[in-house]
Ligand binder design. Structure first.
Ligand code: SAM
Length: 282
């Protein structure tokens, strides 16, 4: 089987199987070998690695991963892609395809069984409709992992990187930056995919911190505060947290005064350090 990461190879496979794209599964297949090379090199895959691929599609990136990693576990929701993957990956004995919804798979169990519980690397050209739940699920469930190297919508990649004072700053930025160091690897235009998506894309690498950059007594509490502040980002922090049922007004005011901040401050102006400090005081 020839490499798929180019227009000719991909179209050949799609025609052979008379494959119909399913929009609801966010299917945009990569057809640019330079982008594939960039993803593999940014993910720093070695023959020691166990890699989890989310949404292998027809197996384009899976082939690259299989060549470079010790073992690849690929989770694909679309049952129509399974016979195609059996064909395109037939020459690799280090790939396991699981026909499941990634949001329902017990990833920690896979890591335990396939990598003795040691950290894995996640690599994916993600289905954009579930980018946030996939990333948050990986981080919040504390699955052992070194890094997540993924293609996402450009705007979402920007959101993961920015700090306070920009319109893109929000709960996703803070969650990602609490768990990992984000680095944008490449911007990828729509003509690198079949079919072309309506949005620009970017590859981002999230390198998991061994220790988060701030000390938080109760992570769950800090993230409830963050979510409530950004649910009503035009309101003051006090109103956001009181309306969201996360804290009492007097407690918020006391914490703000202890931090020498104005009672009219908005959550969107807070850095991760400030959210951590505020949550610890509360
Ligand atoms: N990796 C392929 C590539 O780069 O050409 C395909 C990427 S495509 C953007 C996203 C893939 O994720 C599709 O194959 C789609 O069927 C699959 N997918 C969508 N939702 C999924 C889910 N909940 N669980 C697992 N796979 C999913």
């Amino acid at each position: 089987m020839a490499y798929l990461g180019n227009p000719t190879g991909t179209i050949e496979v799609l025609q052979k199987y008379n494959f119909n794209f399913q929009k609801k599964f966010g299917q945009n297949f990569l057809i640019d070998p330079h982008v594939l090379d960039k993803i593999i090199s940014a993910a720093e895959i070695t023959k020691e690695d166990c890699v989890l691929e989310i949404g292998p599609g027809i197996g384009t990136m899976t082939q690259y991963l299989a060549e470079n990693a010790r073992e690849v576990i690929a989770v694909e929701i679309d049952k129509n892609l399974i016979p195609i993957l059996e064909d395109t990956l037939s020459s690799y004995d280090n790939v396991t395809v699981i026909n499941e919804d990634i949001l329902k798979v017990d990833i920690a169990k896979i890591v335990e069984e396939r990598n003795e519980g040691k950290p894995i690397k996640v690599v994916a050209n993600l289905p954009y409709y579930i980018t946030t739940p996939i990333i948050m699920g990986l981080f919040e469930s504390h699955v052992p992992l070194c890094s997540i190297t993924i293609m996402v919508q450009k705007e979402v990649a920007d959101r993961m990187k920015v700090g306070p004072g920009t319109k893109d700053y929000g709960a996703l930025s803070l969650a990602v930056q609490y768990y990992a160091k984000p680095e944008i690897v490449a911007n990828v235009p729509p003509n690198c995919f079949i079919p072309r998506p309506n949005v620009g894309s970017a590859v981002i690498r999230l390198t998991r911190y061994e220790q988060p950059p701030v000390k938080v007594d109760n992570e769950h509490k800090m993230f409830s505060i963050i979510r409530a502040s950004f649910n009503q980002r035009r309101k003051t922090l006090v109103n956001g947290l009181v309306n969201g049922g996360v804290a009492k007004k007097e407690d918020v005011l006391r914490a703000l005064s202890e931090m020498e901040l104005s009672p009219s401050v908005r959550g969107e102006a807070f850095t991760l350090e400030q959210f951590a400090h505020f949550s610890n005081i509360l």
